[in-house]
Ligand binder design. Structure first.
Ligand SMILES: *[C@@H]1O[C@H](CO)[C@@H](O)[C@H](O)[C@H]1NC(C)=O
Length: 202
């Protein structure tokens, strides 16, 4: 992955109290177009949160992970034996909070132990908040652009470095991270090997 500027981190600052002092901790990670999230994730699934537990990992310093029990509704990408739980670290600023009873599109990583982990920069959204293009592209179209390179550009000039690249400019043009390109476009590889945005199914 390359980036058009050297400091395009999305910084999410979280304030918490530590021995009576306010300390700012930030999760630093790169946001991704939903298609890029699809391509780079080990697991992409539609699932409903059906339980929430704190796992006693005996970690008094960094906190224990949270385990979300998941009812898998559809697996778009991932292990054939399915996923029934997700782990995240709520005490880390990169932790994710999900609501019990809510259906989500969840992308995340599989650890060596086979457990699925999620963090703030994974693309995770309530299923009902997805656009039609996003829902319909999960089954086929997103995959067809996985050989393309996604470049995030948030400040002009935005320049592609190769023809096999799709430039994600939502935060520049729509002034929001997940704007028109994220909601309606799919990056596709053409027969000559170049890549371009196409209007997705809707
Ligand atoms: C989560 O919701 C399920 C029903 O979908 C319920 O049985 C369970 O007790 C809830 N768990 C928590 C921690 O709220």
């Amino acid at each position: 992955m390359t980036w058009t500027a050297n400091s395009c981190f999305v910084t999410l600052a979280i304030l918490f109290l530590w021995r009576g002092e306010e300390v700012a901790e930030a999760c630093r990670c790169f946001p991704a177009h939903p298609q890029e999230a699809f391509c780079r994730s080990d697991v992409v699934m539609r699932g409903k949160v059906v339980g929430v537990q704190e796992v006693d990992a005996g970690n008094d310093i960094f906190g224990n992970p949270t385990k979300y029990d998941i009812k898998q509704i559809k697996m778009f990408k991932g292990p054939s034996n399915g996923i029934d739980a997700l782990y995240t670290n709520p005490y880390s600023s990169c932790g994710v909070t999900l609501n019990n009873g809510t259906e989500y599109l969840i992308t995340g990583k599989l650890n060596d132990d086979g457990m699925m982990h999620i963090a703030l920069c994974d693309f995770i959204k309530p299923w009902d908040d997805l656009s039609e293009t996003q829902k319909k592209s999960l089954t086929q179209r997103y995959e067809r652009g996985c050989g393309c390179k996604f470049t995030f550009c948030f400040t002009t000039p935005c320049m592609v470095s190769s023809p096999a690249e799709c430039m994600w400019t939502d935060s520049l043009i729509d002034n929001e991270m997940y704007g028109g390109q994220a909601k309606r476009l799919v990056c596709m590889k053409r027969s000559d090997g170049s890549c371009a945005w196409y209007r997705g199914p809707h």
